[in-house]
Design a protein around this ligand. Sequence first.
Ligand SMILES: *[C@@H]1O[C@H](CO)[C@@H](O)[C@H](O)[C@H]1NC(C)=O
Ligand SMILES: *[C@@H]1O[C@H](CO)[C@@H](O)[C@H](O)[C@H]1NC(C)=O
Ligand SMILES: *[C@@H]1O[C@H](CO)[C@@H](O)[C@H](O)[C@H]1NC(C)=O
Ligand SMILES: *[C@@H]1O[C@H](CO)[C@@H](O)[C@H](O)[C@H]1NC(C)=O
Length: 401
Amino acid sequence: MDLKLKNILPMFVYLLLASTSNAQSGVYDVTGANYGGKANSDITQALSKAWTDACASTSASKIVVPSGTYKFVGATFKGPCKAPIEFQLQGTVQAPEHIKELPKEDTWVAFERIDGLTLSGGGIFDGQGTTAWKQNDCHKNKNCKSKAVNLRFNFVTNSIVREITTKDSKNFHVNLLGCNNLAFQHFTVSAPKESVNTDGIHMGRSTEINITDTTIGTGDDCISIGHGTKQLHATNVTCGPGHGISIGSLGRTEDEEPVSGIFIKNCTISNTDNGVRIKTWPASPAKGTAVSDVHFEDIIMDNVKNPVVIDQEYCPHKLCTPEVSSKVKISNVSFKNIKGSSSGPVGVKLLCSGKLPCENVELSNIDLTYTGDKGSLTSECKHVKPTINNVAKPLACATSS
Ligand SMILES: *[C@@H]1O[C@H](CO)[C@@H](O)[C@H](O)[C@H]1NC(C)=O
Ligand SMILES: *[C@@H]1O[C@H](CO)[C@@H](O)[C@H](O)[C@H]1NC(C)=O
Ligand SMILES: *[C@@H]1O[C@H](CO)[C@@H](O)[C@H](O)[C@H]1NC(C)=O
Ligand SMILES: *[C@@H]1O[C@H](CO)[C@@H](O)[C@H](O)[C@H]1NC(C)=O
């Protein structure tokens, strides 16, 4: 009896230790024996299986995609997971070139209903969008086909995305919906100026979003802030090429939530059509929403066509009735310390709604030089009486109505 126990006990202890140490290490390498992923081949199955295992782990886990290039047709990585989860992409994953090969036509990679996600590793999500851009007419056709977003975050909370690149998305690069406390750090968006509809980071119905030390070069808005965004801090973001940093467009549909607490600080915007902008459609539906507590501060404009803009007559492709005033109320907005160069003649353009004039708008320390050849720099204001500090006359609502 004694002898038997002596033999069994160490064995039992060994097994116990082995099983706990396995769970604690918690590393799920897609190229490991369990998953069989290989560079230069498709890792869709391997990655989906690794996600299922890691998400079921009761202690913190880490998925690793080592350096190398892999094909990936796409997936939605779903939570809730049992513990915090890190997705470490060291290599490059490539989307199929043709939309019909994706499992969902509007999504390549999505993270959904996850609390405590870290997406990191220095790797690249390559959307291979060149073919899709040629077919993309989403800016004027609601039933367009080219909708695949590189990275969707749906209902992701208390999470970080750092040292990740999204490249050549077929449509928006990043879309946030229903997220709370999500930080992007040292994030990179890269697509050519000519790519259509490739907004960098778009968000809606999300709160406490931080974007810091991030470089965005793309064919549409660098950051686009949709309705229901509250408490966004974007600091040290470099934007260009692209269409600048925009709130809106708002006021197009009935059920929009307000936008508030937007802090855009220490950013550089280069060679874009717009710098910092708030845009709303005229002819808003019955119940308009509101935009308030918006602050653009310490912004360098480098050859930007329309550096400072509030446009409540936003009506591209004539899809609205511009004569009907916007019902979106804009208040408590500041533009402070905005320096650099304007490539268009209108440095400051504040076109507010005739029905709901903008309130409490501040222009402080705005210093722009004109690099174009159409006369000299000017400014245009409508339905707004901003507080003006240290702004030279031509930029201080030179024409006003
Ligand atoms: C986001 O930024 C705000 C303001 O700078 C800061 O207080 C907060 O801790 C940041 N949150 C994260 C998750 O980085
Ligand atoms: C700003 O972000 C860039 C990366 O885009 C980084 O290299 C640089 O150090 C950051 N600057 C500051 C002051 O943090
Ligand atoms: C803004 O940028 C300047 C110069 O790069 C840097 O010294 C400062 O710390 C930055 N401020 C913030 C809030 O990042
Ligand atoms: C605008 O700011 C004023 C003064 O700080 C404040 O009383 C008011 O509630 C703010 N309005 C909105 C809509 O946030």
